[in-house]
Write a protein that binds this ligand. Structure first.
Ligand SMILES: N[C@@H](CCC(=O)N[C@@H](CS)C(=O)NCC(=O)O)C(=O)O
Length: 322
């Protein structure tokens, strides 16, 4: 939960013009209210120093079904980090707060810092934990080859966003389910908003991702290009896409991002939302089944990584205090 003291203060600031208008206050009274608002905000800052809110050290802001979230969540679980997950209703953060998920919030003493964008979060984890976690953090080491592959996997992730919304915007129930309307972990007031806001959100999504036939076909072309290439590489049964005996974060990223369409039963670890294949529209199922058939080595790799790795890794989430 974002700091309640700041939220209440922000509500007061927003209500100020209404208070002034409703009570017909003079200029001096309005000025006094402004000074009260400033003093109140200062008191919140001082209180934060004297008695900081008891927040967890690491918080991962998420939307439950997101494949980019799953990429980071899996790496954090594999590293064995204790963190709290803060799920938001899908699309609300993007269109009303101007931020994407995953977003990592971490506390160092009194300072709270935030990082968005999955690649930057993984670079932070490497920087923060490689020295102390030793070999356990090796899978996060960024090399030029891994960075390049990650960039391409992330682009495949955004092609998949076009694909998913092309198929699902016409399925409001399923879309709202994926945005967390039925998930008790999503804050109650956001679950109440998801339904009424759906038409507006769907409109903004369709414009943002250009979910028309042409862009869908173009996105499928890019998706299939990457699947084809990685399927060829993985056909020799290798452990890691880039070769070698150990998996690294690019393998997890490929599996996590692909988890959006393949939906292995371990998707999300012990968090997140999955949708069974028989619940999705026929045209979407046709794409999924075609990809499974055309890219068997990639499919086996993703399924095996999920089965062998995803639930085995420590998953120690702290509960977030109010
Ligand atoms: N490049 C970003 C992409 C993140 C992204 O597109 N996240 C989506 C979820 S998959 C999002 O934030 N959607 C907005 C929302 O649901 O609030 C990353 O790697 O983290």
């Amino acid at each position: 939960m974002p700091d309640k003291r700041i939220l209440i203060h922000a509500a007061f600031v927003l209500l100020l013009p209404l208070i002034v208008a409703a009570f017909g206050l003079s200029l001096w009274s309005a000025l006094l209210l402004v000074l009260i608002g400033l003093a109140w905000r200062w008191a919140i800052v001082l209180l934060g120093i004297v008695r900081p809110a008891p927040t967890p050290q690491l918080v991962l802001e998420t939307i439950s079904a997101s494949h980019y979230v799953e990429k980071v969540r899996w790496c954090m679980d594999r590293l064995g980090l204790e963190y709290a997950e803060r799920p938001w209703g899908g699309t609300l953060g993007a269109f009303y707060r101007g931020r994407t998920v995953p977003r990592l919030i971490f506390r160092t003493g009194l300072v709270h810092s935030q990082i968005g964008n999955s690649p930057e979060i993984l670079r932070f984890l490497w920087g923060a934990y490689s020295a102390t976690y030793g070999d356990a953090a090796n899978f996060l080491e960024p090399t030029p080859e891994r960075l390049e592959l990650e960039r391409r996997i992330d682009r495949y992730g955004s092609n998949l966003q076009v694909w998913v919304y092309y198929h699902l915007l016409g399925e409001p129930q399923l879309c709202k389910h994926l945005w967390g309307i039925d998930d008790p972990a999503t804050p109650w007031w956001q679950r109440k908003l998801i339904g009424p806001l759906f038409p507006l959100q769907a409109f903004m999504i369709s414009k943002t991702f250009r979910t028309d036939e042409q862009h869908y076909k173009q996105s499928c072309h890019h998706i299939e290009g990457l699947l084809e290439e990685l399927d060829t590489r993985l056909a020799d049964g290798r452990v890691s896409i880039l070769g070698g005996d150990e998996i690294n974060y690019t393998d997890l990223a490929f599996a996590a991002i692909s988890g959006l369409w393949l939906q292995p039963k371990e998707y999300g670890g012990s968090a997140g939302i999955r949708v069974a294949r028989d619940r999705v529209p026929q045209a979407m199922r046709d794409d999924i089944e075609r990809w499974i058939e055309d890219y068997p080595s990639a499919t086996t790799f993703i399924t095996r990584l999920y089965a062998e790795e995803r639930m085995a890794v420590s998953n120690s989430k702290a509960s977030e205090e109010e």
